[in-house]
Design a protein around this ligand. Sequence first.
Ligand SMILES: [Ca+2]
Ligand SMILES: [Ca+2]
Ligand SMILES: [Ca+2]
Ligand SMILES: [Ca+2]
Length: 377
Amino acid sequence: MASRQAPLGGLAPRCLWLLGAVLVMDVSARPANHSSARERAANREENEMLPPDHLNGVKLEMDGHLNRDFHQEVFLGKDAGGFEEDAGPRRSRRKLMLIFSKVDLNTDRRISAKEMQHWIMEKTAEHFQEAIAESRAHFRAVDPDGDGHVSWDEYKVKFLASKGHDEREVADKIKNKWDLNVDEESKGSASRGQCGACGSTDAGREVGEEVLENLKDRWYQADNPPPDLLLTESEFLSFLHPEHSRGMLQFMVKEIIRDLDQDGDKKLSLSEFISLPVGTVENQQGQDVDDGWVRDRKREFEELIDANHDGIVTMAELEDYMDPMNEFSALNEAKQMIAIADENQNHFLEPEEVLKYSEFFTGSKLVDYARSVHEEF
Ligand SMILES: [Ca+2]
Ligand SMILES: [Ca+2]
Ligand SMILES: [Ca+2]
Ligand SMILES: [Ca+2]
């Protein structure tokens, strides 16, 4: 894995704007077509054969949306429970302070950027382990004969069966090379939707040839030489979880740029990055949501993705930003997370600050933070 550290001078001063920004960051800024963590969990069952649109601990969704839950995912790791609204504020605060003490490696009761970076890397590794376990289970489901290889046709049968097609019928058709009759006409066409890469949940049961073509592209990408279209378990992992492989990460970046790039220069300008999918603005409320969406994307583009600040995001810049194992990005994230809650501006997080900004770190507001510091820490 090559190390590609892009220059990113003067981050600290630019973090100051974040101080005031936290309140608008989280709840409001979500366009109408963006699903919540809860909806995603509900969809996961149905789409378990599909590579997920959402990847824990990765900054962008496969369809190019910002991952709204990123900070919580890298702060809480797989241990995200216990902060629901009905969990009891006292217990939640206690749990948050327990996390605080784990992040605070040198036990000086404040979190430094280095400590936070270390924590983020640890939680990212946790998400990786989780993805491996999940992928292993799915691999068993698509490799029933257990020979350790899954062919594209085997996968296609299982995938279409999971979408409500008759498994035996599909298998027979594929075996005899008959037409599958899933939306024949778009076969081989170069046109793609807004979400070409993600096999979007909108597709639901209606699996078009286009979705299959996109999946097959991805299958090819995940298949290391020799290109026999048989995936091993580890190749299947990078099919489902592109964040686990350099080549697939690049593929994902290309797909995202292809979907957002309007002038075809294979780079993203700010206006390309913030332009909305058609049809998301329906009323004033929707307009406000979209304004927040644009504001957040603009900030992310300018502060983090466009590392050399020339107003253009290249493939390399987007790849650095998307790579969850990039230590440099993790340090930038750590600094950003600290800046958001660092009220006394000493570049460290104290327990009071973490509790006060609990919504940013955990997704729920834990009221009465001032008292709890004395009670529970
Ligand atoms: Ca410390
Ligand atoms: Ca462009
Ligand atoms: Ca740039
Ligand atoms: Ca502080």
